[in-house]
Ligand binder design. Structure first.
Ligand SMILES: CSC[C@@H](O)[C@@H](O)C(=O)COP(=O)(O)O
Ligand SMILES: [Zn+2]
Length: 208
């Protein structure tokens, strides 16, 4: 049984996240998907194809950790499985957010054949858990874009199980996935990644 009060609270968090992320320009044109954990078996996730700045309660649905809808005929996000494997991987993950910012799209295209973004020397790296110095190296994997979501889910898990400290990943020409213990933590990770990616783009502009 799903606790309805918890579900309603999580749905409100997802709606508020959408308003913020759309307002920042990081979730344009129905792109992006968001979720929050309800319990050890269920998550609240956006219905596929919705405008993320105008989400309503009926645009959030419940799926189990295998991505199957719980008592719903609605279609959950096309990328539901990418969320599910993260919740399955780490029990402490409470929210997962996927965005489509211009910075994530352009930077990953500029990185061309590189399979990761390397960040070092930025004070803001400390916005991520376990990082207490700008001198540490932060590696964010860049996966190739694909419509084969089960394959991407598998690829993300292979990387993350080998690098469990990773706070986010990028998909080339597509966007960002990040996660955290709470929705607030996850939103902070997005803001930090957006700042860092903007800095990287600014640096490329003057050094290329
Ligand atoms: C509007 S194109 C973006 C989609 O292809 C997809 O990548 C995305 O982020 C949103 O898909 P959705 O099924 O609404 O969760
Ligand atoms: Zn997407």
């Amino acid at each position: 049984m799903i606790d309805l009060a918890t579900y309603a609270a999580r749905a409100q968090q997802v709606i508020a996240a959408g308003q913020f992320l759309y307002g920042e320009g990081w979730s344009p044109a129905t792109s992006s998907n968001y979720s929050a954990r309800i319990d050890d078996q269920h998550l609240a996730i956006t219905v596929s194809g919705k405008h993320k700045g105008q989400l309503k309660a009926e645009d959030i649905m419940v799926v189990d950790l295998s991505g199957q809808p719980a008592q719903s005929s609605l279609k959950s996000s096309a990328e539901t499985l990418l969320h599910c494997v993260l919740y399955e991987w780490q029990a402490e993950i409470g929210a997962v957010l996927h965005t489509h910012s211009r910075a994530a799209t352009v930077l990953t295209r500029l990185l061309k054949d590189q399979d990761h973004l390397r960040l070092e020397g930025y004070e803001l790296q400390k916005a991520f858990p376990g990082i207490d110095s700008h001198e540490s190296e932060l590696i964010i994997p860049v996966f190739e874009n694909t419509q084969d979501i089960p394959a991407l889910a598998e690829e993300s898990m292979v990387w993350l199980k080998q690098h469990p400290e990773t706070p986010a990943y990028l998909i080339r020409g597509h966007g960002l996935y990040t996660w955290g213990k709470t929705m607030a933590d996850t939103l902070r990770h997005i803001e930090a990644m957006e700042f860092l990616m903007a800095c990287e783009l600014d640096t490329l502009k003057v050094t290329r």
